[in-house]
Design a protein around this ligand. Structure first.
Ligand SMILES: Nc1ncnc2c1ncn2[C@@H]1O[C@H](COP(=O)(O)OP(=O)(O)O)[C@@H](O)[C@H]1O
Ligand SMILES: [Mg+2]
Length: 276
């Protein structure tokens, strides 16, 4: 079985995308015993820094851009844990657009390059997570074309669906224009402000737009410990660590349930016959 590929989406910076991509990958590998590949598509390489630090990996030689240039990602994969591999990013990856334009004439070839590069390694994993920069760009286009699912981040305290809504309308555009075959696997409310509360009217509007089943009951609270892990690395020592892990274990459980539900629907649509 080929991996399920998931991109964490929202066209806004600083909403917790990288945190969710890193922690969902981490819990799937450590707690759920799944084979996971985390792909860092962001030249800022935050996910790379955090995961490498947490895994005690000091030196990373080759990064994603070398893989893109050589047309082969298998040599630049770095093992972080028995179950967790990383495709690391680096600031040089900022030249991805130039590279794609010189390599490919057609835009469909430019935006399906990651999808094609993943094909030979997909069957080694249960799940592949892609962390992207917060822009509508060649990075997000490549991730969208490669992914089966998107987990959309909802800023639960902002009284706005900005970023999440943009993402969904762009998703529709990509489906119409390029046949992108990607489904929403959920809308995850995230609180980034200390003492912030989930704004219920935002959640209700999200339920209207995305469907009630799609907005997660579990949400990611603001936890100082989650921020601290950027510097200390991901830990599992005291009760604050455990609470932070528990947040994402629940989110992953809900995501897995949603994936199963969507896979069943897909299965019945494909195998369901004429429905007479
Ligand atoms: N649930 C959370 N609680 C506290 N801080 C968080 C949480 N999620 C993310 N952060 C912090 O907020 C900042 C932005 O998060 P990040 O995941 O990098 O956002 P994005 O990838 O959307 O730009 C980082 O410093 C991160 O550590
Ligand atoms: Mg990020």
């Amino acid at each position: 079985m080929a991996a399920k590929t998931i991109v964490v989406g929202n066209f806004k910076g600083g909403v917790g995308k990288t945190k969710v991509a890193v922690m969902a990958s981490w819990e799937l590998a450590y707690k759920f015993n799944k084979k996971v590949l985390l792909i860092d598509m962001d030249p800022q390489a935050n996910a790379t820094t955090i995961v490498a630090r947490s895994s005690g990996i000091g030196d990373i030689n080759a990064t994603i851009f070398e893989g893109f240039k050589n047309g082969d990602l298998s040599n630049i994969i770095v093992k972080m844990h028995e179950n967790l591999d990383l495709i690391p990013a680096h600031v040089t990856f900022k030249n991805l657009p130039k590279f794609l334009y010189s390599k490919f004439k057609k835009d469909i070839d430019q935006i399906t390059y990651l999808k094609n590069l993943l094909e030979p390694i997909k069957n080694k994993y249960d799940y592949i997570f892609i962390d992207v920069p917060p822009t509508i760009s060649d990075y997000s286009d490549n991730a969208m074309m490669a992914a089966d699912y998107v987990l959309i981040i909802l800023q639960a305290q902002e009284l706005s669906l900005e970023g999440a809504e943009t993402y969904v309308s762009y998703l529709q555009f990509m489906a119409d224009e390029y046949n992108a075959d990607i489904q929403v696997v959920g809308v995850l409310p995230v609180l980034l402000r200390a003492g912030g509360r989930v704004d219920q009217s935002t959640v209700m509007r999200a339920q209207e737009i995305f469907g009630e089943d799609n907005v997660y009951e579990n949400y990611v609270k603001h936890l100082e410990r989650l921020k601290a892990w950027d510097i200390t690395g991901i830990a599992n020592q005291d009760q604050h660590d455990k609470r932070a892990h528990q947040t994402f274990i629940k989110v992953v459980e809900e995501m897995l349930e949603n994936i199963e539900r969507l896979e069943n629907i897909k299965y019945f649509e494909e195998e369901g016959g004429t429905g007479e």
